[in-house]
Design a binder for this molecule. Structure first.
Ligand code: DQA
Length: 150
């Protein structure tokens, strides 16, 4: 069984009621069900959410120590958490894929959302496709990387 950690930062526990015009009407349970249903056989989705930066960092240590691929929606931490960035770098420097995802397209929103302190240490970034961003990211973390692009 391959486990994938799908980690969600602050306020994403409110999906469903939080700005549905931006994030849609599905909640985290809907996301978990959709992702598990679209995961290939033998892949289990371990989806978590926290409002706590330290807890999110601890989960990235868990990914690093256990060689577990990560789909990460850092939410607002995206834009300013150097601590989260350093923890994400531990994952990717260990050769474990970590894809940054966003439900919305932050580049089409307020200026403070245009920069990510995470992207430079992520394996890649997928944004703007609603919950499908996670499905695409799941596909990406499970895919062997083409030679020369590691
Ligand atoms: C988000 C975008 C962030 O700017 C925002 O703070 C979020 C959600 C997204 O998924 O679109 O909480 O990461």
């Amino acid at each position: 069984m391959t486990r994938v950690l799908v980690l969600n930062g602050p306020n994403l526990g409110r999906l469903g009621s939080r700005e549905p015009d931006v994030y849609g009407s599905g909640n985290l349970d809907d996301l978990r069900v959709m992702l598990q249903a679209s995961a290939p056989e033998g892949v289990s989705i371990d989806l978590r959410q926290t409002n706590d930066e330290g807890e999110l960092i601890g989960w990235l240590y868990e990914a690093t120590d256990g060689s577990i691929p990560v789909v990460l929606n850092p939410a607002a931490f995206t834009h300013y958490s150097y601590a989260l960035r350093d923890a994400a770098a531990l994952v990717t420097k260990a050769g474990i894929p970590l894809v940054e995802v966003h439900i919305s397209n932050p580049h089409a929103r307020e200026t403070f959302r245009h920069s990510s302190v995470i992207s430079a240490v992520a394996t890649g970034v997928i944004a703007g496709f609603g919950f499908d961003s996670y499905r695409l990211a799941l596909d990406a973390v499970l895919r062997p990387r083409p030679a020369g692009t590691e």
